[in-house]
Design a binder for this molecule. Structure first.
Ligand code: AGP
Length: 606
């Protein structure tokens, strides 16, 4: 989704804006631009494509000024052209915007009747003309901004500068996050704390409906009713170093290799070294919870799907799971006393937030598993059990996924211990197995060359199937998503037991089929599926432990060995080879691994 940066300071602002936008590149975009105030007048530079194009333009046509706004655009209304790139402006204001203004056509018609001339197809330009119209009526910038924001319907985070007002930057949020950064003699606005990390670690998060006057030495925050309010200033742990690639070629590879450490960090907040659970106090009693509902999107939903198996098998708790974009409109009846677990890396996914709000309206207790503790989803929840994955920059989620799994398994164990679903001994066994996961993932990572060899063959495929059973079925879904989103190869995840109900018709010598099949109680069933595929000439790739590979008995195109472990913790282990397979296949294809086409890191619009 779009990225916003605003700076009100005393240093040359143009390079600072571009640098801030670079820290938002991971969100995905297709054009960029900045605007500054020069001698009280607004000037702007915009470019289609990546930030390097904008930087080149600024070399030839530099922008001076110490106050300005910047934007990376992920096109919603209007093609990704320079004309549609932000900032959008009139002679009086310049605006950058993240979100969708749902009533922009109606406003545009009204403004065009007043003689406003539009230069783009965007909803954002309407905001610039609306504020300018109120300024022409004699209002102050603050009044014009406040009244205009109230007329907008839909979701927005905006930053606005005003001709002739070198001291004033205005920001606002409704439905899209906006952070306020406190510097020394300079103040900042950013879509998230990452964008501002090199500038300040003192961050306040605007609440829904807030708008803010940002001066060089202070900020005046107004709530939706224009009342002046205070918002807590947090000291973020983020630093410029944390969000670099280090010695890795891509953020995604760095984050795959960070998994042993960040799973260890996450576990350290949930269990003791001697395998005792130390969960936070829940605002409900697992004993009386009639049902758990788990919601999320994409990879987060596939973490939730593993969570379903854990809650049902360990805590004997009924679980319903749905993807957020469907759940938010289903009007599902929900039981009194139910708990809804919301899974999200960014904590800003629009569909997930909307689904959370529906569950809340049905009286559910909301438990958030998020990677950004100050995010909108975190703030809307009754309790947050955070993943400690650290900033995840690669669009393809990896370390967030495995830390979500770690949290969900500990939550299921918490429920199981409270409800007596498993013995204390079994609980300790699983926690002990969890403690081995970081070392076992390191073993898989040391073997990455095995996956690299396979990736070249997969990169030539047109379609790939991923198959798994039980706890490994969600990993088949996740493996398919990883492959398609960064290599652009069509892939589908399927329950292995469904082979004969359709997918087997796809099998031929051009169809790689990745089976995730540990030597567990379901192995023999899946081994039969492997035989069926091999017998029809399909290219079987078996991801299993050494015994599973040895006993398979079918002709394998390739195999990837994974350490044996307690069945309950296998999803955390099997996530790694499928991540590596997607990564190296994308490398072989030459795609943009960290910023795949059309994708954004956080989908903050519907
Ligand atoms: C996963 O690799 C994708 N980037 C995408 O499916 C992502 O998981 C989904 O958009 C949910 O994002 P969230 O976890 O930030 O809510």
């Amino acid at each position: 989704m779009c990225g916003i940066v605003g700076i009100n300071g005393s240093r040359p602002v143009s390079p600072l804006l571009v640098d801030g936008l670079r820290r938002l590149e991971y969100r995905g975009y297709d054009s960029a631009g900045i605007a500054t105030l020069v001698g009280g007048q607004i000037d702007a530079r915009r470019a289609e494509g990546k930030l390097d194009r904008l930087a080149e333009k600024l070399v030839g046509e530099p922008l001076s000024g110490t106050m300005g706004i910047g934007h990376t655009r992920w096109a919603t209304h209007g093609k990704p052209t320079e004309a549609n790139a932000h900032p959008h402006r009139t002679d009086k204001v310049a605006v950058v915007h993240n979100g969708i203004i749902e009533n922009y056509r109606e406003l545009r018609n009204e403004l065009e009747k007043k003689g406003c001339v539009f230069a783009s197809e965007t909803d954002t330009e309407t905001i610039a003309h609306l504020i300018s119209d109120y300024l022409r009526q004699g209002m102050s910038p603050q009044e014009a901004a406040a009244i205009s924001l109230k007329r907008l319907e839909g979701a927005f985070a905006v930053a606005i500068i005003f001709a002739g007002h070198e001291d004033l930057l205005i920001g606002a949020r409704r439905g899209s996050p906006l952070a306020l950064g406190y510097g020394d003699g300079e103040m900042f606005l950013g879509s998230d704390a990452l964008a501002l990390a090199p500038l300040t670690n003192r961050i306040a998060y605007l609440e829904e409906g807030d708008w803010v006057e940002v001066y060089k030495d202070k900020a005046i925050i107004h709530d939706a009713g224009d009342k002046i309010v205070e918002r807590k200033i947090h000291i973020t742990a983020l630093s410029g170093a944390m969000i670099g690639k280090g010695q890795y070629r891509h953020f995604m590879l760095k984050e795959i290799f960070e998994q042993p450490a960040v799973i260890g960090d996450t576990l350290s907040t949930l269990v003791t070294p001697d395998d005792i659970l130390t969960m936070p106090q829940m605002p409900f009693d697992w004993k009386t919870v009639p049902r758990v509902t788990i919601i999320g999107c994409g990879t987060a939903s596939y973490a939730g799907l593993v969570g379903k198996y854990w809650f049902e098998q360990l805590a004997r708790l009924p679980v319903e799971i749905d993807i957020a974009s469907e759940f938010r409109y289903r009007e599902a009846p929900m039981p009194a006393g139910g708990v809804t677990i919301v899974v999200s890396q960014s904590g800003e996914t629009a569909d997930t937030l909307a689904a959370l709000n529906y569950a809340k309206s049905q009286g559910q207790k909301i438990l958030a598993v998020v990677n950004v503790p100050q995010s909108s989803i975190a703030r809307a929840s009754d309790i947050v059990v955070p993943t400690l994955a650290g900033p995840e920059i690669g669009v393809a989620s990896t370390k967030a996924y495995t830390t979500q799994l770690a949290v969900l398994l500990c939550l299921a164990l918490d429920a199981a211990q409270t409800r007596g679903g498993i013995t204390p001994q079994r609980s300790k066994e699983i926690i002990h197995a969890l403690h081995q996961i970081p070392a076992q993932i390191n073993a898989v990572l040391r073997d990455e060359h095995h996956v690299q060899e396979l990736a070249h063959h997969i990169s030539e495929a047109r379609d790939v199937l991923y198959m798994g059973r039980g706890l490994l079925f969600p990993l088949a879904m996740e493996g398919a998503l990883k492959l398609k989103e960064i290599s652009y190869i069509h892939a589908e995840g399927y329950p292995a037991g469904e082979m004969k109900h359709g997918p087997i018709a796809l099998i031929d010598e051009n169809m790689p089929v990745v089976f995730l099949a540990p030597s567990d109680n379901l192995y023999e069933k899946t081994a039969s599926n492997v035989q069926e595929v091999a017998a029809r000439g399909g290219k079987v790739i078996l991801i299993s432990d050494k015994m599973g590979i040895a006993n398979c008995g079918a002709k394998l195109f390739h195999s990837i060995a994974v350490p044996t472990a307690d069945n309950a913790v296998l999803p955390l282990l099997y996530a790694v080879p499928i991540q590596l397979l997607a990564y190296y296949t994308a490398i072989a294809k030459g795609t943009d691994v960290d910023m795949p086409r059309n994708l954004a890191k956080s989908v903050t619009v519907e």
